[in-house]
Structure formats: structure tokens, C-alpha cells
Write a protein that binds this ligand. Structure first.
Ligand SMILES: [Zn+2]
Length: 73
């Protein structure tokens, strides 16, 4: 899977990682379904693995319905 709808907009893995990170990232994996619900609204949460820098790999989480986002740092 690649593109998903987040808050009514189609996003690519790179755009999703940017939403979580707050700035563009270097590399991304495909978007996946996270096995959790949003703590704010109960909506579906999706995840994306990405590299914010050459030495770091992070899994980011983003609600598809609201502004909630988190990562595994
Ligand atoms: Zn939410």
C-alpha cells in the first residue's frame, strides 16, 4: 500500500512522514495500518517508517481523522 487519505487529503508516504516529523525526511517505507486507535478521537491510525537523518530510523504514527501524531522515539 502507498497513498492514503489523511484528514480528507491523499498523502504519499513522504508526505505522511513530513506531517509526523514536522519537516521533510530522507527516506520512507510504505504506509501501513497501525494496530491502534487514536487516543484523541478513536479514529484509525496509520504508520510509516522513515529516516529523519542518515543515522536514525523512526516509526511515525498519524490519525487519519484528526491532528494527532506520534513516533516511537
Ligand atoms: Zn484522531
Amino acid at each position: 500500500m502507498s497513498n492514503r487519505v489523511v484528514q480528507g487529503r491523499m498523502v504519499t508516504p513522504a508526505k505522511l512522514a513530513e506531517l509526523v516529523e514536522g519537516e521533510p525526511v530522507l527516506e520512507t517505507e510504505d504506509i501501513a495500518d497501525a494496530d491502534r486507535d487514536c487516543p484523541d478521537c478513536g479514529g484509525d491510525v496509520i504508520s510509516v517508517g522513515y529516516m529523519p537523518s542518515v543515522t536514525e530510523f523512526v516509526t511515525g504514527y498519524k490519525c487519519q481523522e484528526c491532528d494527532w501524531a506520534d513516533d516511537d522515539r
